[in-house]
Design a protein around this ligand. Structure first.
Ligand code: AMP
Length: 179
């Protein structure tokens, strides 16, 4: 299954929901993707094939939709999955990173012992929009002295320029890009 075919199938199944969660936002709803187990397998295989020779130590996924495929990818690679969660959800000692949203701000966390210094990881989320979430995740991983070898997304809204918030020397891979 080549990347282009999987990307086209993803595009045909993702549902646009206008004005959610607020007016002017077109929400990319991936719940129809989750109902298609063959497509889910093809998506996870596409990422796993891409990463299988990188000797990764873990896949890190961002709550909550980053957990869905992040876990599948890690499982295929036989490596740990590490969750980054919204503030107050992780039970053990955490590092926190606050970041700006369009209105207000948010905080995400990772367990302080989630990764050993020098660990090679991919940082995965379902969607790259303005980039604030991924950048905050990257900062947490930097504080743990992990090495992010790639940012990985199912979907990128390129017109929002999220890549510009991410470090220029770290690759960004998106299976499906809206220009
Ligand atoms: P950002 O920090 O702006 O890059 O936003 C990324 C996070 O918000 C991801 O975790 C996405 O799940 C979610 N998100 C932002 N915009 C959308 C959108 N248009 N459709 C679906 N999810 C979105």
């Amino acid at each position: 299954m080549n990347i282009k075919t999987v990307s086209q199938q993803l595009e045909s199944v993702v549902r646009d929901v206008p004005d959610f969660p607020k007016p002017g936002i077109v929400f990319k709803d991936i719940t129809p993707v989750l109902k298609d187990h063959k497509l889910c397998n093809d998506i996870a295989d596409t990422f796993a094939t891409r990463y299988k020779h990188l000797n990764l130590d873990a896949v890190v996924g961002i709550e909550s939709r980053g957990f869905l495929f992040g876990m599948l990818i890690a499982n295929r690679l036989n490596i740990p999955f590490i969750p980054i969660r919204k503030a107050g959800k992780l039970p053990y000692n955490t590092l926190q990173e606050k970041y700006d949203l369009e209105y207000g701000n948010a905080t995400i966390e990772i367990h302080e012992d989630a990764l050993k210094p020098g660990s090679k990881v991919v940082l995965h989320d379902d969607l790259l929009a303005t980039g604030g979430t991924a950048r905050a995740g990257f900062k947490l991983l930097q504080r743990l002295e992990a090495q992010v070898v790639e940012f990985s997304f199912l979907i990128e809204l390129e017109f929002l320029g999220g890549r510009n918030l991410l470090p220029p020397d770290t690759p960004v891979f998106s299976l499906l890009t809206y220009q």
